[in-house]
Write a new protein. Structure first.
Length: 336
């Protein structure tokens, strides 16, 4: 019987192109270390392209990245890490990549772990692999308690929406198969991490987490996404809120509508019972208007739920068309 290592080696004989994207804003102190730490040769990989997305840096990030051997794509101004990820994804697909890895340029992730991160995709066991800081308690990094709590709350929200059991939905160290990248549709420009889980989960993309040792705090500078936790929480919650509206319309509109409608019916029945027993509405006269308003609002929300569900079905059709358009657009892949 073949050893697992031997079996893995046989299954990774299929050669792939790998693209690594690094969104970067003023990362001159770390960008070179990260790029030079990326493995130059990986089993089963024929070509490795590194794309640094310079998101309006005002320091030497772009020139240092270029001198370190990376392709540099620059935004003329700071557009946000979500926008940088969009640009990186397009650049990677245009390069003909079969596997795409996103890694932060701040040095919090170990670039040598890329070989581990892409393994499930190489073996055909997943199309999306994300590093998890919390799947293995022994690898939980040191970080402020408020950030740890925030991560857990975000994870709980995503798990509720997707009905999955993830442990970390905010880590930016991820690998995508070409298929997953082509199917990914994101709208957030501030960040993309949580929205990615929702989008791919509802498209039935095979997703796995991989426990990895990750630094809990940056060595230099500060996070441009989570430097202000209140701002981060508000913007991220807004993205999740919109995703829940689009993907779970019955939860978003229907459940509140049903509760409000039921409250209106309940108060109306109580008032009717009181009237039949006493012949008057006093002292509950205000329930007449309240019941009517609750019933009307409930019916409107239930109606919106049905409309939103119809729009979601149309979105599925549109996204399938977009997927095929992207596939055709990026079909002219460079030869290795």
């Amino acid at each position: 019987m073949l050893s697992q290592i031997h079996q893995d080696a046989l299954q990774t004989d299929v050669k792939c192109r790998l693209a690594i994207i690094l969104p970067a804003l003023n990362e001159a102190k770390t960008i070179s270390v990260v790029i030079r730490g990326i493995p130059q040769a990986i089993s089963g990989i024929t070509d490795i392209d590194i794309f640094v997305i310079n998101d309006g840096s005002t320091d030497d990030t772009a020139s240092i990245a270029r001198a370190s051997g990376a392709h540099v794509v620059s935004h003329d101004s700071n557009k946000g890490v979500g926008a940088a990820f969009h640009t990186g994804l397009r650049s990677a697909l245009a390069s003909g990549a079969d596997i795409i890895v996103n890694i932060d340029a701040d040095g919090q992730f170990n670039p040598t772990d890329i070989t581990h991160l892409i393994k499930p995709i190489q073996l055909g066991k997943a199309d999306f692999v994300t590093a998890s800081r919390f799947a293995d308690p022994a690898l939980t990094p040191q970080m402020p308690a408020i950030k740890l709590l925030g991560n857990r709350l975000m994870t709980s929200m995503i798990n509720f929406i997707t009905k999955k059991k993830f442990t970390d939905v905010s880590c930016g160290f991820r690998a995508y198969s070409r298929e997953a990248a082509l199917r990914l549709t994101l709208f957030g420009y501030f960040t993309y991490t949580q929205e990615t889980f929702i989008d791919l989960a509802f498209k039935q993309i095979r997703m796995v987490e991989m426990p990895l040792a990750i630094r809990g705090v940056r060595q230099h500078g500060h996070s441009r996404v989570a430097d202000n936790l209140w701002r981060y929480g508000l913007k991220t919650s807004t993205i999740i809120f919109r995703a829940a509206r689009d993907y779970r319309p019955h939860y978003f509109f229907g459940l509140p509508g049903l509760l409000i409608f039921g409250s209106g019916i309940g108060s109306g029945l109580f008032l009717l019972q009181h009237f039949l027993r006493t012949g008057q509405t006093f002292p509950y006269r205000s329930l007449v208007q309240l019941s009517g308003v609750l019933i009307i609002v409930g019916i409107l929300l239930l109606f919106l739920s049905l409309l939103a569900d119809m729009m979601y079905r149309n979105r599925i059709i549109v996204e399938e068309a977009v997927y095929h358009a992207r596939k055709a657009s990026y079909n002219n892949r460079p030869q290795s």
